[in-house]
Ligand binder design. Structure first.
Ligand SMILES: Cc1ncc(COP(=O)(O)O)c(C=O)c1O
Length: 317
């Protein structure tokens, strides 16, 4: 395969059947978004926003781009901006993983950390202030309609094309901005009126379930507000998951299927398992896996993994 630039490799991610992980009475597939060039679903959003702003003239050649991001969006924007010749600045809550900051800097971006106490709202405010002060273009992933629109024109149709003339009963996703669930979800429901959209969210911050927000470890999911681009009517089933079961699912998926994902992907799968447990025999589910496990090496996801030599195991043989 030959491409004119790295941006052309965004999207068209594989859908893979789970052979050992899924319960016997259903067929479970995963859409593996780590196949995007910077290994997360956010590559789609970054490309969508920059392309839309360039086409409309809102972003001038060489103009600096700024965004508030929990990491994957920053990494994706850093890649897109590097490829297109825009400087990029990310504002990010100080608690997000160190890998994310380093990857952004490696792609030429600047990273401004914001206090944990000010949560997601604080990083957005600081990005807005910087944009106003310096005349930078703010990507605004939480309010920019180019975000869900791109999922409506890529993520959703990709799934429909892979399941053309085949059964598909449930589509399971998490939410961060809500772009994926809203854009892809609307297209899937329009084409398959019987399909159920299942939306996973953290138990500690189950905003769509009408609960209060509190800090959670599922990076990329659920800021402390419901974003403008999120249409809650798209969700047929909202499934809260806890962070321990999310991490266990991510590790199980790696060890039982060889698919290496992050905490939120584990959470989405965990929601998929809950729905599968109640689903009629023969049901078909597609679960979105938003990013790669490599982004979480310093996070609680891998806290129990030995860093040294497996001598004890060897001695026990
Ligand atoms: C790590 C991560 N980022 C982002 C998202 C969702 O992105 P958005 O709601 O912004 O489309 C998910 C959703 O499942 C996720 O797990």
């Amino acid at each position: 395969m030959k491409y004119d630039n790295i941006l052309q490799t965004i999207g068209n991610t594989p859908i893979v059947k789970l052979n050992r992980f899924a319960p016997d009475h259903v067929d479970m597939y995963v859409k593996v978004e780590s196949f995007n060039p910077m290994a997360s679903i956010k590559d789609r959003l970054a490309y969508a926003i920059i392309k839309d702003a360039t086409d409309s003239g809102a972003l001038a050649p060489g103009q600096t781009v700024v965004e508030a991001t929990s990491g994957n969006t920053g990494i994706a924007l850093a890649m897109v901006c590097a490829a297109l010749g825009h400087p990029f600045v990310a504002t990010m809550v100080e608690t997000f993983s160190i890998e994310r900051r380093k990857i952004m800097r490696a792609l030429g971006a600047k990273v401004i950390l914001t206090p944990a106490a000010e949560r997601g709202t604080g990083m957005v405010r600081i990005a807005e202030e910087l944009a106003a002060q310096h005349g930078w273009f703010m990507a605004r992933q939480f309010t920019n309609p180019a975000n869900p629109a791109y999922h409506a024109s890529t993520t959703g149709p990709e799934i429909l094309s892979d399941f053309a003339s085949e059964r598909l009963d449930y589509w399971v996703t998490g939410w961060g901005t809500g772009g994926t669930m809203t854009g892809a979800g609307q297209v899937l429901k329009a084409a398959r009126p019987d399909l159920k959209v299942v939306v996973a969210e953290p138990e500690q911050a189950a905003l769509l379930s009408g609960k209060e927000w509190s800090p959670h470890k599922i990076q990329g999911w659920t800021p402390d507000f419901i974003p403008e681009v999120l249409n809650p009517d798209v969700a047929d089933i909202v499934t809260p998951v806890n962070e321990d079961e999310s991490m266990r699912c991510a590790i199980r998926l790696a060890q039982e299927e060889g698919i290496f994902v992050g905490i939120s992907a584990g959470g989405t799968l965990s929601a998929g398992l809950k729905v599968a447990a109640e689903a009629p025999t023969g049901s078909v589910l597609v679960v979105m896996l938003a990013d790669t496990g490599e982004r979480y090496l310093s996070s609680p996801l891998f806290a129990d993994l030995n860093e040294g030599s497996d001598d004890e195991w060897l001695a026990s043989l």
